[in-house]
Ligand binder design. Structure first.
Ligand code: NAD
Length: 498
């Protein structure tokens, strides 16, 4: 069984810890690798390598950095298939979905290729007589990324291409459930000409995370994961004086109004709820059926959910793969059971699904639960599996109130043919990313990604312009080049323009 090692200073390292974690193939239920779980000493090594590399990389010209970014872009593009297979084997998602994840990550790399334009400062000529003022942005130093299992390539790519293009060095602590994609990406960075030590990977769990949070040489932390851990990361990193952005969990609602094209809405709801087995932070996990839309919508969604082909990610016929671990399967199935006990109606039940030839895989089929009330566990919990909970609402205002009462505010969508209703919705919801007849409104890379409320702690969204701002700090220079024969005009008064 292969051991997945750290990538530090351009080399694989087994590290100083004897602790190892299992990496499963969720479609077979078998352990396929083990991953080293980093210690404080391993984190020290990675941060030291990144700190040393920063001395040179932070001084690399924009031209040189851009060349590396373009080379990296070409490599990620060319190796999408290999990367997608690695993702699928450890996460479980189907290959086409894994390739889609790589594509969305690639878009961030493409955004970062424009770094010379993005880092242009301001210049005010003759702000005062003989005095010019200009600003520019400098990298922070060693930046850390701590990422979740559900997008093992894309979510780290929300971070490291932007951080590195800005002149920082990076230590990635990926999820211990599907760690191989990060090592593969490290190899691509090296092939692209990135100097050793600029991009490092430390595998591990809480011990490695805590070491990064406490390390005095880590300047900034980007986190994506569940809300309780996001809150913890934000608190700890803030206490140690680091810049921090911590993106948390979600409960994304889609409102369906009676004037919507219900077949279109049902198709998109089904895809958004069950794609990647619902293990997407932007998955639609709660549908709000308004007024007379309810019964017809439930018929259509139930039919489409029952038609989803569930199977191994490597099988091109599969539309949805397994969930990530046996524990996730158990938790999801238990929550469906609780929903039933609390009075909701399970219209399509994915519990106990068997996939022939893969009996030990971590399968949960698409599940549709109707008549859900806001106090039920299936509504209050982020299930993070292929479960669509449906709440009925009388009108668009009560649907918006429901969304605004929810502690999360990541993404939301409305299906309607009314521009007026859509505009009321887009202005009224307390949510960061909004779709109008678009169920998963993940912003393009040249916008920034981020939720509100318990879905993001910190004041900057990730990637896009806010990413550049997060990974740099501003300098403003006020300069004067007095002629050698100018009379000295220094005064003790507070300086004002003249
Ligand atoms: P998780 O919070 O369990 O793990 C995320 C990272 O934190 C991993 O690297 C993990 O090793 C580390 N970690 C876990 N427990 C820790 C602890 N006690 N102390 C320190 N570090 C710890 O999340 P997950 O299960 O890997 O991913 C799913 C979650 O991520 C869902 O809640 C999902 O909504 C969220 N997510 C959010 C976004 C977003 O953009 N808002 C995107 C993707 C995933």
């Amino acid at each position: 069984m292969a051991t997945i090692e750290h990538w530090i200073g351009g080399q694989y390292r087994s590290g100083s810890s004897n602790r190892r974690g299992p990496v499963y193939n969720p479609a077979t239920g078998e352990q396929q690798h083990e991953v080293v779980l980093g210690s404080i000493a391993d984190v020290d090594d990675a941060v030291a390598a990144a700190k040393t590399a920063f001395e040179e990389w932070s001084q690399a010209s924009l031209s040189r950095r851009t060349k590396v970014m373009f080379a990296f872009r070409e490599l990620v593009n060319a190796r999408t298939k290999e990367l997608a297979e690695i993702i699928s084997d450890e996460h479980g998602k189907v290959i086409s979905d894994a390739a889609g994840e790589v594509q969305r990550g690639l878009e961030v790399v493409e955004f970062a290729c424009g770094i010379p334009q993005l880092l242009k400062g301001d210049y005010s000529d003759q702000a005062s007589t003989g005095v010019d003022v200009f600003s520019f942005r400098e990298p922070l130093g060693v930046c850390a990324g701590i990422t979740p299992f559900n997008f093992p390539a894309m979510v780290p790519m929300w971070m490291h291409p932007v951080a590195i293009a800005c002149g920082n060095t990076f230590v990635l602590k990926p999820s211990e459930r599907d760690p191989s994609a990060s090592n593969y990406v490290a190899g691509l960075w090296r092939e692209a000409g990135l100097p050793d030590g600029v991009f490092n990977v430390v595998h591990g769990d809480k011990e490695a995370v805590d070491a990064l949070l406490a390390h005095p040489d880590v300047a900034a932390v980007s986190f994506v994961g569940s809300t309780p851990i996001a809150r913890y990361i934000h608190d700890m990193a803030s206490k140690t004086g680091k810049r921090v952005q911590a993106l948390g969990g979600a409960k994304n609602h889609a409102i369906v109004l009676p004037d919507a094209d219900l077949d279109f809405a049902a198709g998109h709801l089904t895809a958004a709820a069950f794609g990647s087995a619902g293990e997407r932070c932007m998955a639609i996990s709660a549908a709000v059926a308004v007024g007379s839309a309810g019964d017809a919508l439930m018929d259509l969604v139930s039919r489409k959910a029952s038609d989803v082909v569930v199977g191994p990610g490597r099988d091109p016929r599969s539309e949805m793969g397994p969930v990530v671990t046996a524990a996730a399967k158990q938790r999801i199935e238990s929550l469906i059971g609780t929903g039933e006990q609390q009075g909701a109606k399970v219209l399509v039940d994915g519990r106990g699904l068997r996939v022939p030839g893969h009996e030990n895989g971590f399968w949960v089929g698409p599940t549709v639960i109707d008549q859900v009330q806001p106090a039920m566990d299936v509504y209050t919990e982020e299930i993070f599996g292929p479960v669509l909970s449906v709440v009925r609402a009388d009108d668009v205002d009560s649907a918006i109130n429901l969304i605004n009462s929810n502690p999360y505010g990541n993404g939301t969508a409305i299906f309607t043919s009314s521009g007026e209703a859509a505009r009321t919705f887009q202005r009224g919801v307390h949510v960061g990313m909004i779709g109008i007849n678009v169920p998963i409104p993940v912003p393009m890379a040249y916008y920034s990604f981020g939720g509100w409320k318990d879905s993001l702690f910190g004041d900057r969204h990730i990637h896009g312009p806010e990413g550049v701002s997060f990974y740099t700090r501003a300098k403003v220079v006020t300069s004067r080049w007095p002629h050698v024969t100018s009379p000295a005009d220094a005064s003790l008064h507070f300086p004002t323009a003249s």
